[in-house]
Design a protein around this ligand. Structure first.
Ligand SMILES: C[S@@+](CC[C@H](N)C(=O)[O-])C[C@H]1O[C@@H](n2cnc3c(N)ncnc32)[C@H](O)[C@@H]1O
Length: 233
């Protein structure tokens, strides 16, 4: 299981300041035009995945264990955010970028409140930072992270309905890119300097990006993953 130390004060601020516009398109890969009453978004962060879900659901409950993330949530009329495990019944259970942080028994607990015919959706995205790292003369390193963690590895009696992966492209500026890069623990490790705090590190990274990148708008490619399960086989 991955550590959640990156979801402290600075992690939350980086999330608040920029996330790529990928949540709804990735969810759409599997959800298409399906409609749900209530989704539970486990590990909602500052709410980007909950907002993505709001396009398919009447209401969304965003749950996260990081008080820093919840402090910066994006308010939305359809979304309620909470730091307490909800004991309400939902017909869609979502793990967007959070499945690597929860245990099997957590997953079992969340499934208990899913309706009999409810669905589970697991999504993630992998950004291709290699062109940027090359410009910054940094050798890329692997994150050691499973972007397509499969719930069928657990003995949960779930049926995989669909598994999709597609390429996505988005544009951002250097400030947004610096926030994005600083949410990646492996990249943070590569650019970290001795005795430099997080605030200073983000200033150094932004200066390097502004000095080295050939244009103000940067095109970034990424891969989006989505798996949809039925509660019962
Ligand atoms: C990669 S972020 C994804 C945030 C959001 N879903 C998004 O797509 O923008 C993972 C989130 O999972 C949360 N998290 C980690 N472990 C958790 C747990 N056991 N229960 C609930 N949330 C958790 C973290 O605090 C963090 O906000």
């Amino acid at each position: 299981m991955h550590k959640i130390e990156e979801y402290g004060i600075f992690g939350a601020l980086n999330y608040k300041n920029f996330r790529p516009p990928l949540h709804q398109p990735i969810l759409s890969q599997c959800l298409k035009n399906q409609a749900f009453n209530l989704a539970l978004d486990v590990g909602c962060g500052v709410g980007h995945s909950s907002i993505g879900l709001s396009h398919f659901c009447k209401r969304v409950t965003g749950y996260d264990i990081s008080k820093y993330m919840l402090k910066h949530v994006i308010k939305h009329e359809k979304i309620t955010y909470t730091s307490t495990k909800p004991i309400i019944e939902y017909d869609l259970l979502c793990f967007f970028g959070s499945l690597n942080y929860v245990t099997e028994s957590d997953v079992i607990g969340f499934i208990k409140n899913l309706t009999i015919n409810g669905k589970i959706i697991c999504c993630d995205f992998k950004i291709n930072y290699n062109p940027i790292l090359k410009i910054l003369k940094i050798n890329p390193s692997e994150k050691g992270y499973n972007y397509q963690k499969n719930l069928n590895d657990y003995n949960l009696n779930l049926k995989l309905i669909e598994s999709k992966s597609s390429s996505f492209e988005f544009e951002c500026d250097s400030i947004q890119l610096s926030h994005l890069m600083l949410t990646e623990p492996n990249i943070k490790k590569l650019i970290s300097k001795k005795n430099v705090g997080q605030k200073k590190l983000s200033q150094i990274l932004l200066k390097e990006l502004n000095d080295e990148l050939p244009s103000k708008r940067i095109k970034i490619s990424s891969k989006g993953y989505c798996m949809l399960y039925n509660n019962r086989t």
